[in-house]
Design a protein around this ligand. Sequence first.
Ligand SMILES: [Ca+2]
Length: 141
Amino acid sequence: MTTASLSPFRLSTAYCLYAPESYTRATPEVRAAVVNGCGPGGWKLDLVPDTIWFLDISLCCDIHDWMYVEGETIEAKEEADRVFLNNMLRAIDAAGGPKILQALRRHRAAKYYNMVHLFGGPAYWLGKNSSQNLTPSIPLT
Ligand SMILES: [Ca+2]
């Protein structure tokens, strides 16, 4: 069972997220070396919040980060993206609260999913492409 911070509406509730076995078995030190919450990490200014309407989803993002590093196929990327969405929805359901707040959180979760689904390819494939398939970009004149 995995626990994460919840919204102010249900602070003591624990809930389960899906994570691959390799993630659950990894030591905290190994996980910390691989994951960095929501967004690309390493930037001075992280523009991707770890919360959606006061709900901490950083663990959902960490699991997604892990699956991106571990995956090697487009199917694995799509699974990582689906797991990310489903984990956010699990967290939202567990947090409860007013229906309007849950709706706002689901809307934001859908935005996060669309961002990684549509624009996460370069991050997913970083360092995975064979050098024989890479070609220099054409210099701009
Ligand atoms: Ca991240």
